[in-house]
Each structure stands twice: as C-alpha cells, then as structure tokens.
Design a protein around this ligand. Structure first.
Ligand SMILES: [Mg+2]
Length: 347
C-alpha cells in the first residue's frame, strides 16, 4: 500500500495502489484516491500512472469495456481523429509556450502580419464569448477566417515564407508521435488531423520536424493554391474554422493529400473512413470532442491533453474525456492505451 498526495486535486486525497489491471490493459498501475472535497464529503477518484505520466480516468470500467470492444472489432474498424496544436505538438518548449501552426506564420510582410493580428484581437474575444449563440458565432468565425485568408493572398504570401516560418518556429511534436503514426500505419489505421489552421503549414511542420510522411495520415484543413512562382493565389474547398472542423468537413475541405503525394495512400476515397466506426479521438480542448460529429461511431475513446490550468480544469476534463493526460506528457501513453502495441489487435 502506498500513499500519494495529489497536487492537482481537491485538498485532501490519499492514494492507494489497487490490484493490477488485467494483463491486456497496458497501464502499469492503477490508483484509487480517497478524497474529501470542500464540503468534507468523501469522493473516490481513479488515477492511472503509466510511463511516468499522470493520467485521470473518470470511469475505468467504461474505458476498459471500450478498449475490449475496439480490440475485438480490430484495426479495419478503427480510425484516429486528432487535433493538431497542443495535441500532437508540445504545449511547452524550453519553458516557453510552443507556437501554434497559425501563430508561427510570418508572412514576410510586417504590414499584413499586423493586419492579421488586428483581426485576431477583434475576433478572438468573440470566439471565446459564451454569450454568443453558436450559429451566430460560426458566421463570425467564417468571416474571420475568410478575411485572414484574403490578407494572406493580398499580402503576397509565398510557399518560401511558409518554409522559413516553420524553420524558425518554436514548434515540436510530443515524443512518441512518430512511433504512434508508425504503429497505426503498420495496422492500416487512418489518422485524420482536423485543423482550422492551414494544411500547407501542418504538412511543412510534418516534413521539417518528423522528416518523413505517413501514407495513413491525412490533413483535413484549409488548403492553399500556389502558382508556378510559389505565390499564394487562392484557397481550395470550403473554409474550415474552429466550429466546423469535424467529419462533415471531409466532404467540404480541399483535397486531403495534394502536397504529400501519397499516391499509394491507404484509401483512395477518404470518405470511406466513415465506414470505420471505432474512433480514438485526441484533443486538448473540450470542444475538440466535436471532431467526431458527422461520424456515426459505435465506440469512441476520447483522450484529452490537459496542458495548463490543471487544477481548475481537471474536473471538467475528467468528465468530458475517457482519459486525460496531464503535464504535457509524451504520446507513448496513448500508443500504449490503444493497445496497438500491447494487444496488437491480434493477440
Ligand atoms: Mg489544439
């Protein structure tokens, strides 16, 4: 029996190591915390620690049954849906906030960088204002994105500027992302990266930071069209913004793998991913859970990365996600969770 005082939980918690989980559950330890909340009522919270990462699981039985069910149905039924910024990438880099794929872009034209910043200053407060009805907010977001895209064209963005912005940026993938993509590639499991950012930037980040591409990884995001001089001339498909980045977006986004040239991609028709009715969803915001909207899934395991404000957000994240990883942890825990390694779907 061992006791552990949680820093991120209500004031008084004692933790005891409980019986090991069944072998196919890849967690090393499970913890049961006996806590007294602020009203002095007892609460029990389940925690799991794997590979040194601190993890919260709101309902371990439910998680276990989901893992079992996805294992039984096998990799042909599975797809991975993931957010990009602060989910696949690190939140902190050398003690500073990492760049987002949008935030890293320097257009090479300070006047236009400033114009885009002004749009941010105006629209971002509207984005996070809970009093604005969702349909109204969606229109505002579309307006923001379209104005930003117009400024990128007007300000003369070049593909070269994207390359050098990525090279100079403070952005890095979590440890274990390559390994997770490789495991999923070997099992022919598609990974859809949904982003309201820019597909061309995300692809450049993949190229420069992972030094390789994956035939199973598709980016559903806003895609640019460059002319033969490398100047941005237009955008393809409908605008993908924060409120519509979900499986509906597959049908309206521009082509998903123009730049990666994956002629040997595992699905010629990306809409066939909709036949894969089991989902591993990864995100760092509760709103990311909406990425599976538009998919009639059977089983979904949602994994949340709680990167900041851990104390104030731990309750809401624990209720919203099946598993919550804290402290900017590596992706190794997710690979293990997914039993791609531990259960290999075939054992
Ligand atoms: Mg994110």
């Amino acid at each position: 029996m061992s006791y552990w005082l949680h820093k991120s939980l209500p004031p008084i918690c004692w933790t005891a190591i409980s019986n090991p989980l069944p072998r196919f559950i890849p967690f090393h330890f499970r913890f049961r915390s006996y806590c007294k909340n602020r009203n002095n009522q007892g609460e029990i919270m389940e925690h799991v620690v794997f590979d040194g990462a601190e993890v919260m699981v709101g309902d371990p039985q439910l998680l276990q049954s989901k893992i079992t069910s996805i294992r039984l149905e096998g990799p042909s039924k599975l797809q991975v849906i993931t957010d990009f910024d602060a989910t696949l990438t690190k939140y902190w880099i050398d003690g500073q906030r990492g760049h987002s794929s949008h935030g890293l872009l320097q257009q090479g034209n300070p006047e236009y960088d400033l114009k885009r910043q002004k749009l941010y200053d105006y629209y971002h407060p509207l984005e996070i204002d809970p009093s604005i009805p969702l349909d109204e907010k969606a229109k505002l977001m579309e307006e923001w994105w379209e104005k930003t895209h117009a400024l990128l064209i007007e300000g003369g963005l070049t593909y070269g500027a994207i390359k050098s912005s990525v090279a100079k940026s403070r952005i890095a993938f979590r440890e274990g992302v390559t390994e997770l993509f490789e495991l999923l590639e070997r099992s022919n499991v598609p990974v859809l990266i949904f982003s309201a950012g820019l597909a061309d930037i995300i692809e450049e980040v993949l190229r420069q930071k992972l030094h390789r591409t994956f035939k199973n990884v598709k980016i559903v995001s806003n895609r640019m069209v460059f002319d033969q001089n490398g100047d941005l001339v237009s955008f393809k498909g409908k605008t993908i913004h924060v409120l519509n980045k979900n499986e509906h977006a597959i049908d309206m986004a521009g082509p998903v793998h123009d730049q990666l040239g994956d002629a040997n991609g595992l699905t010629a028709d990306v809409s066939s991913v909709k036949l894969r009715t089991n989902v591993l969803l990864l995100g760092d915001h509760i709103g990311d859970l909406g990425m599976s909207d538009g998919l009639n899934y059977n089983t979904r395991i949602s994994v949340g990365f709680l990167n900041d404000n851990i104390e104030s957000s731990s309750d809401s994240y624990r209720s919203a996600f099946d598993v919550v990883y804290m402290n900017d942890t590596s992706m190794n825990s997710t690979s293990s969770l997914f039993a791609v390694r531990a259960a290999n779907f075939a054992s």
